[in-house]
Design a protein around this ligand. Sequence first.
Ligand code: DX5
Ligand code: ZN
Length: 228
Amino acid sequence: MSVLIAPSILSADFAALGDAIGAAERGGADLIHVDVMDGHFVPNITIGPPVVKSIRRVAKVPLDVHLMITDPDKYLDAFADAGAAMLSVHVEVLPHLHRTVHAIKALGVKAGVVLNPSTAVGALEEIAADVDYVLVMSVNPGFGGQTFIPRSESKVRAVRALLDRAGNSAAVEIDGGIGKQNVARVVAAGVRIVVAGSAVFHSPDPERATRELKAAALAGLPATPVPR
Ligand code: DX5
Ligand code: ZN
C-alpha cells in the first residue's frame, strides 16, 4: 500500500464544500476526511449525516468519517446510509468496542478505531486483529490548526508493531498537525493514511497543497529494493 491523502474539510469553507472537495481531488486526494463532533466528547460541534449525504453526491473519492461523539453506536446506520466508506470510533467512549467494530463491518463499511493522545496503545491489544485501520490522534481532537504532539511518532511505530503481531496489515492513519514539514517522518514511522485540514484548506491553493503534501508523504516511504 502506498500512502493515502485524506484532506479534512473541517478547515474548509462550509459554504463552499463542493469547491473545496473538487480542489483537493484535483490535487490527488485519495479520501475526504469528515470530522463529526457532538459538543460532548469534544468541545466543538460540526456536522451530521445530512451533510455527509450531500458531500457524498459531489465527492469522487471515498469518505473517511471520523466520529468524535459520545454515543457512536446510535449513529452507525445513519452514517453508513449517508455514504461513509470508512467509519472510525474512539476507544475512549466504547466499553463494547468489539461489538461496535463488528457492527460497522456488518454495514459494509471499513471499521477504524481511534486513540486520543493520552490513550495507551495497549487499549487495542484485544481488538488489533479485527480492525480495518487505526487512527492515531496527534492532537487532542476538537479543532483544526493545532500543533503536532511529537510523541505521536513513536506511538505510530508501537501501533504498527501491535498490528503486525496480530497478523493484521491494517493501515495506520494519523490526524492532527500534519503538513509537508513533518509528513515524511510519520510515514517513515508507519503511517499510510494522512489527514490534513489546515495544511490543505488554509492554504491559498488547496489543490497545490494537496499535491505537495502527497509528494512529501511519498518521500517518507521506505525505498523499494531494486530487483536483481
Ligand atoms: C481534529 C480533527 C482533524 C482536524 C485536523 O479533531 O480530527 O481531522 O481537521 O486538522 P489539522 O490538520 O489542521 O490539524
Ligand atoms: Zn479527524
